[in-house]
Design a binder for this molecule. Structure first.
Ligand SMILES: NC(=O)c1ccc[n+]([C@@H]2O[C@H](COP(=O)([O-])OP(=O)(O)OC[C@H]3O[C@@H](n4cnc5c(N)ncnc54)[C@H](O)[C@@H]3O)[C@@H](O)[C@H]2O)c1
Length: 394
């Protein structure tokens, strides 16, 4: 009979995510004790909240600040996140922001809300026709959008902007192979940021906050922007230097700044539109995160494969026998040899295997010609620098 895996949940996990755990093969809930894995959203997990036996933790979301990742790695616990699960949600807000920056929809709505006292339709019509020129805008078609960072969100924004008839310029010196495959061929690759700023009517930022990207938009870079251009920041606030931004808005270098992060000193500025970090705030994004996190846990527990881990390598090995060992060890020389020697001593054939490392940790999937006995598992566990061993498929 196959094993029933146990998942301890924290926070409310979207039902569509919980549905991914096949009933009968998984027991899932906030009341699970001795879990094989933990599934959470923002609950802060202390080092003391890692019961013995936990093999994996999945965070339904991008950041893992609420998980003690270093301690997990030492214990051989795989930590997953769900990159890109909220990308469409952010993309739609960026498109909204670009439209709000181009047509004075916000000013127009505010104006109309002041007209409630006019009951005469002819008078209402007269006021609207007389005042509407104050809210005239420009179209996006034919304008150039510069996308800085072409990962999950940037690539979706680029595709949508092409569909709107814009010219799209992209800059991402560290683009992953997967992201490059996803990118439409019409996106024009820029060799440096200065050239992108010089050509773009709109610039949208989709890079992570790192030492290299903090203050990436500063006085010097803003000088390279086209006069009257629009800057959109739905990545992280500190990527844009606040003082330089204010100066560029006041001088007219920037026509508008639209961002997802209220900044003291810029709230109420006539050229600034700020939303309260709404990028990922959709029902669908929450569901996508839960579904992705749950799928990754099911796949890991039932096959040993690892996708989207923040501390382990990506690993996928098609099953070639019914008996698989998953071994975590510290990344030191000679480990594989010691393990295969133990197997050879027992006359057990290795049908297939995969060994990958990341930093100080290595992970092995070993498909065996026959079921391993408890003695073999104990012997592997006793090898110096082996952190954890488990059997999958028996
Ligand atoms: N507003 C929100 O609510 C919200 C929601 C989700 C994500 N975000 C932010 O958006 C960022 C991007 O998210 P994503 O899912 O697209 O991430 P991602 O990891 O898929 O893509 C980031 C891309 O930026 C590129 N990059 C890194 N440094 C760069 C640099 N110096 N110049 C140009 N490109 C560089 C990377 O190569 C990668 O392709 C996140 O890091 C996060 O900070 C905001």
């Amino acid at each position: 009979m196959s094993k029933t895996y146990t998942i301890r949940t924290y926070n409310n996990i979207a039902a569509r995510g919980l549905d991914r755990f096949p009933a009968g093969r998984f027991k899932v809930g906030a009341d699970v004790t001795s879990p094989d894995a933990i599934l959470l959203r923002s609950h802060k997990l202390g080092v003391g909240d890692l019961p013995a036996g936990v093999q994996a933790i999945a965070r339904a979301g991008a950041g893992v600040n609420n998980v003690p990742v270093e301690r997990c790695t030492e214990r051989g616990i795989v930590v997953f996140n769900t990159p890109g699960a909220n990308a469409n949600s952010v993309k739609e807000l960026v498109l909204t922001a670009m439209l709000l920056a181009s047509r004075d929809i916000y000013g127009g709505l505010q104006f109309v809300s002041t007209l409630g006292g006019i009951d005469d339709p002819a008078e209402l019509d007269r006021v609207v026709e007389a005042e509407k020129k104050r809210f005239a805008g420009r179209e996006l078609v034919g304008k150039a959008l510069g996308v800085v960072g072409l990962g999950a969100i940037g690539s979706l924004v680029a595709r949508a902007a092409l569909d709107l008839g814009m010219d799209v310029l992209g800059y991402d010196p560290a683009i992953s192979v997967d992201a490059a495959w996803r990118l439409p061929s019409e996106v024009q690759r820029m060799e440096n940021l200065q050239s992108l700023f010089a050509r773009a009517d709109y610039v949208t930022l989709h890079v992570p906050l790192l030492d290299e990207t903090r203050g990436m938009i500063n006085a010097e870079s803003l000088n390279a922007f086209r006069p009257g251009s629009v800057l959109l920041n739905f990545a992280r606030e500190p990527i844009v230097d606040g003082a330089a931004l204010k100066a560029a808005l006041d001088s007219g270098r920037l026509a508008k700044y639209v961002a997802d992060f209220p900044i003291a000193g810029l709230i109420g500025h006539p050229k600034v539109l700020l939303t309260p970090h709404l990028g990922a705030s959709t029902e669908e994004a929450e569901e996508n995160c839960a579904v992705m996190a749950a799928n990754q846990l099911v796949n890991f527990l039932e096959t040993g494969s690892i996708t989207n881990s923040v501390n382990f390598p990506s690993v996928s090995l098609e099953a070639s026998s019914g008996f698989r060992l998953a071994v975590v060890n510290r990344n030191v020389p000679g480990m594989l040899g010691q393990m295969t020697t133990l197997l050879a001593e027992r006359g057990i054939n290795v049908v297939d295997m995969l060994n990958k490392s990341r930093g100080n940790i290595a992970y092995n999937l070993i498909d065996l010609g026959e079921a391993p006995d408890a003695g073999l598992l104990e012997a592997i566990k006793r090898v110096d620098d082996v952190v954890d061993v488990r059997v999958i498929g028996t």
